[in-house]
Ligand binder design. Structure first.
Ligand code: CUA
Length: 157
């Protein structure tokens, strides 16, 4: 089969681009362990109130500088609606919903998750700057959607 010179160049470019992208994705996934937010952890929606850590939502200290924050979402509020962590903390968020799909976005950070019934949404974020961060529901969930917000206060350690 005869290929025109330009076709060959085009094929090489296409093939090389594909290889470069697959290599980058491979290194990112398998070497650095980057993954989409968890969709593997499940929870029985009817038993959230008796399932740790969601039976006592809030801030739990793991060790110095590292915290777990568990939050229960239900129309139309976050429980608790205010958490406080020291500056420089690594915070592991886990969020569940008692009813419909909600959003969990922390304005000004990379934290932006869907919270789906039956699943635990998890994300880890480091807070290097003191101040107040707004948590928003960014998924339309009903009449009170626009009122759904909470706060994270990052205080000087
Ligand atoms: Cu909850 Cu919108």
């Amino acid at each position: 089969m005869h290929l025109h010179r330009f076709e060959k160049i085009w094929l090489y470019l296409g093939g090389t681009t594909l290889l470069v992208f697959l290599t980058i994705i491979g290194i990112s996934a398998f070497y650095y362990g980057n993954q989409p937010p968890s969709c593997l952890a499940t929870i029985n929606t009817d038993k959230i109130d008796v399932t740790p850590p969601f039976n006592q939502p809030g801030v739990h200290k793991i060790k110095d500088g590292e915290y777990e924050v568990s939050i229960v979402v239900a129309a139309f509020a976050f429980f608790p609606n205010k958490v406080t962590v020291p500056k420089g903390s690594i915070v592991h968020f886990s969020v569940v919903t008692k009813d419909v799909v909600h959003g969990f976005e922390i304005a000004g950070t990379n934290v932006n998750m869907l919270v789906e019934p039956g699943y635990i949404s998890a994300y880890t974020q480091k807070f290097n700057k003191a101040g107040e961060y707004l948590i928003l529901c960014n998924e339309y969930c009903g009449m009170g959607h626009h009122m759904m917000h909470a706060r994270i206060e990052v205080v000087e350690a």
